[in-house]
Design a binder for this molecule. Structure first.
Ligand SMILES: Nc1nc2c(ncn2[C@@H]2O[C@H](COP(=O)(O)OP(=O)(O)OP(=O)(O)O)[C@@H](O)[C@H]2O)c(=O)[nH]1
Ligand SMILES: [Mg+2]
Length: 329
């Protein structure tokens, strides 16, 4: 669940990182782990009043510039999502900066694909499935297009997984601006869409300032400034969404918890995420969508109304499901 922040010197990357970390003195050379805000989790916590509340988490890394330096490559390959921070508070060369970064990602991928293809040819596998796939990728990238805009099937993605190709990863495009952006964002937004990226706005310096204000005074401060709250929360949520995850919940007296799970995963996968014993001794999953608790905020009542569903191990878990695993070991 790693998200790498990249961008040119002075784009505000470290400012955004410190805002995420909640402190101006945060050490930007180490990753920071952040709770993913989730109103559904807040609601389930309110009605169950557990001793502990556990959010889904994401890990952010501030990747020093130049982003694609050899030292950084491992950091980038390791990340599930890349976020490009673009300066729109000082210079505002939005489209240029974005295009430059995207080209660097594509070039790094071309180098990997070419090297692998040469190797396959040398081994006499120049017409294997993998070689043909790599030629396809190279033809796509030669047109200046990132791999995330090429449609690939699960089998192809599996072949490519070991290479951790950078332009295949989801990329969030962040315009870092103050209240008044230097450059209008329409051009960047269109370009980001064309490249299969999600576009976001952010005022990193303001978000960092906000973290310095006592929580009790924050809302009042925002109101007097005429500002919207939750810019940071939106960014964290967008980053989490880009990881292609859903969230399921477990509820109880001791803990109410949000669990990230890959889209399409089953009840058995959910059980394994909680504990290997639950997967080993899996009997049934007892499932209700979290919304059911809005009308009937009580598990016993839900059961009596027939609103808890018994599901087998192949059940595809849905975003927002509250899950209880019945097991026997
Ligand atoms: N006004 C304004 N200043 C900002 C904003 N973001 C960053 N700055 C300032 O710009 C300078 C550089 O910001 P950093 O966040 O350290 O830049 P960086 O992207 O980490 O740059 P490097 O680490 O040098 O590559 C600092 O003095 C920040 O206070 C912003 O949104 N608005
Ligand atoms: Mg920095």
């Amino acid at each position: 669940m790693k998200i790498a922040l990249l961008g040119k010197p002075g784009c505000g990357r470290s400012t955004l990182f410190r805002a995420l970390a909640g402190s101006a003195s945060a050490d930007t050379s180490k990753p920071v782990t952040i709770d993913v805000p989730d109103p559904r989790l807040d609601f389930l916590t309110e009605i169950h009043k557990p001793e502990k509340k556990t959010h889904a988490r994401v890990v952010f890394t501030d990747v020093p510039s130049p982003s694609l330096s050899p030292r950084n490559l491992a950091l980038l390959r390791n990340a599930g999502v890349l976020a490009a921070v673009l300066d729109n508070y000082a210079l505002g060369n939005l489209v240029e900066d974005f295009t430059e970064l995207e080209s660097e990602l594509i070039l790094a991928d071309m180098a990997v694909c070419e090297k692998r293809l040469a190797r396959l040819k040398k081994e006499g596998s120049g017409s294997s499935t993998e070689a043909r796939l790599l030629k396809n990728l190279l033809a796509h990238m030669e047109k200046g297009a990132p791999l995330r805009t090429l449609s690939l099937d699960p089998g192809q993605l599996e072949i490519l997984a070991p290479y951790a190709l950078l332009s295949l990863k989801p990329l969030l495009v962040v315009s870092n601006r103050s209240a008044e952006p230097v450059t209008p964002e329409d051009g960047l937004r269109a370009e980001a869409e064309l490249h299969g990226c999600r576009f976001l706005r952010m005022d990193a310096a303001f978000e960092l300032e906000l973290t310095e204000i006592d929580e009790s005074e924050r809302l009042e401060f925002l109101e007097t400034m005429g500002y919207d709250s939750g810019g940071l929360a939106q960014f964290i949520s967008a980053a989490h969404e880009a990881l292609n995850l859903i969230v399921f919940f477990t509820v109880g007296k001791d803990e109410v918890r949000a669990w990230p799970l890959e889209k399409g995963a089953t009840a058995l996968d959910a059980a394994a995420a909680i504990h290997s014993d639950l997967a080993r001794g899996f009997i049934r999953a007892v499932v209700a969508p979290w919304e059911a608790y809005r009308e009937t905020p009580d598990r016993t009542a839900l059961r009596e109304k027939g609103m808890l569903f018994l599901e087998g191990k192949n059940y595809k878990v849905k975003d927002g499901d509250v899950v209880e695993i019945r097991f026997n070991v």
